[in-house]
Design a binder for this molecule. Structure first.
Ligand code: FDA
Length: 450
């Protein structure tokens, strides 16, 4: 067992932990980053699958994500736009397919009116929410007691309007059914992206991608940190007291003045603490859980949908694949579609054999794009729920009532232990931008406390 001493030990080499480590080193502190996996990046993972470069985890950058954009510039990374020329596809509850442009789906006039009304109402509520302190809203408790599904029912009797608006937060963001999280949690999700309108606008929220893949961010940060990043080192035990910490992984023991747990909050309890964490932390970590989504890539000889005048963007809360996009890789002449199967739909297809799951998912893509979608060259399902060191996707959110009750304590340090992760962010919550933002803030808190 190797034993090293540093000012700060960082547990987790995702975007958040590596950002904190980078800032601390810049400020003259010594660090060791212990990473459980055999690679850095956590939920950022760009890989070659059967000859196609695919983003298995996070990939999109939106215009307001200035913390991420600053990091991209610092690392010398460039971006390119998502392909979006042409018409989008919408499929209604009756299975009828129609084409549209802009953000509002082609629905009956009354449904459209109800959807616009809901978007306006949500935008107004979101404008009152501070994403860093949603629990401070005067109605926080009330909004945290009602599920987002039930809240939508109190606003409109139009089922299709509710299904569509619900989808933007439920299937598309928190990747949990709308009855499984509160209206306050939904408002935090929208506030973290600036407004609910921004979430509805795919051209905003899914604007750009990074040349070479978004995993370049953690890879280049780790490269700069050099020998201070240790992979294959799951931290099993963290001893802590007023004079510092000792982190014990499978091969290394690090003693340090501070520790940063830069892991998804659902994994904090995987580490043994000596002495145990306080009651408050024991409780609050039990009220967070990961969503579940399958990100499916299908690569074709050509982007055939473009010839049909389609952008590749498709939505339907009634389809197995509730949203899909043109995800063709920069410089690759082939065409790639990416589709998402979330929450209970993911449960359903994980219950059947892999071959049948593939058939069902491709059949859903074919409903949007036609028969050609049935025969990709390359097909890949990202399965983050099976990953020991993530356990779901995209991120963690509170159960009903949890955000108002525990939110303020989520990032409160415990003695020398600090917490850092995208799942604890206000602005950029559940996104790489939030991971980086919280990483900067955690490093600043340690520099102020030393
Ligand atoms: P992250 O989970 O990345 O890092 C934590 C690290 O800790 C991991 O490397 C893990 O192995 C390690 N670890 C855990 N326990 C440990 C232990 N005991 N000891 C040592 N190491 C330990 N975001 C976005 O901005 N745009 C997008 O398009 C998407 N899309 C998207 C798709 C999919 C499929 C996923 C899964 C996620 C996204 N996201 C996204 C979300 C984004 O990827 C995510 O918010 C950040 O990458 C999280 O970074 P963190 O560093 O906070 O955690």
């Amino acid at each position: 067992m190797e034993h090293i001493e540093r000012d700060v030990v960082i547990i987790g080499a995702g975007a958040s932990g590596l950002t904190a480590a980078t800032d601390l080193v810049k400020a003259g502190l010594s660090v060791a980053v212990l990473e459980a996996r055999d690679r850095v990046g956590g939920r950022l993972w760009t890989n070659d699958i059967d000859g196609a470069t695919l983003e298995i985890g996070g990939q999109w950058v939106s215009p307001d994500q200035d913390a991420l954009k600053e990091t991209l510039a610092d690392l010398g990374l460039s971006t390119y736009s998502r392909y979006r020329a042409g018409q989008n596809v919408y499929i209604n509850a009756a299975g009828e397919r129609s084409l549209f442009e802009g953000e509002i789906f082609p629905v009956p006039a009354r449904t459209e009116q109800e959807m616009v009304g809901l978007i306006d109402k949500l935008d107004a509520l979101v404008a009152e929410i501070d994403p860093d302190r949603p629990w401070a809203h005067p109605l926080a408790r009330e909004l945290d007691e009602i599920s987002f599904a039930r809240w939508l029912e109190t606003q409109t009797d139009d089922q299709e309007a509710r299904d569509n608006i619900g989808m933007f937060i439920a299937g598309a963001m928190l990747t949990k059914p709308a009855h499984a999280f509160s209206a306050l949690q939904a408002l935090l999700m929208a506030a973290s992206a600036g407004s609910f309108s921004n979430l509805v606008d795919a051209d905003f929220i899914l604007d750009e991608r990074v040349v070479g893949g978004l995993q370049q961010v953690p890879l280049l940060m780790a490269e700069r940190l050099g020998g201070d990043v240790f992979t294959n080192q799951p931290v099993r035990t963290l001893r802590w007291g007023t004079d510092g910490v000792t982190a014990i992984s499978d091969g290394i023991t690090v003693t340090a003045r501070f520790a940063i747990l830069a892991v998804p909050p659902v994994l904090i309890s995987r580490v043994s603490y000596e002495p145990p964490l306080p009651r408050r932390q024991h409780q609050l970590h039990q009220h967070l859980s990961m969503g579940l989504v399958i990100k499916v890539h299908a690569v074709y000889d050509t982007p055939f949908w473009r010839e049909d005048g389609l952008s590749g963007t498709a939505f339907s809360p009634y389809q197995l694949v509730h949203e899909a996009y043109d995800n063709s890789y920069h410089g690759d002449p082939r065409g790639t579609l990416v589709g998402f199967v979330a929450d209970e739909n993911a449960d359903g297809v994980f219950a059947v054999p892999a071959e049948e799951r593939r058939e069902r998912i491709l059949a859903s893509l074919a409903t949007y794009y036609g028969e050609k979608a049935l025969t990709p060259q390359v097909y890949y399902e990202s399965d983050w729920g099976s990953e020991e060191w993530t356990r779901g996707a995209y991120a963690a959110s509170f159960d009903m009532g949890g955000l108002a009750r525990y939110g303020a304590d989520l990032r409160a340090p415990v003695g020398p232990i600090h917490f850092s992760c995208s799942d604890m962010a206000g602005k950029g919550y559940q996104h790489v931008d939030g991971a980086i933002r919280v990483g900067h803030e955690t490093a600043a808190a340690i520099l102020a406390a030393r």
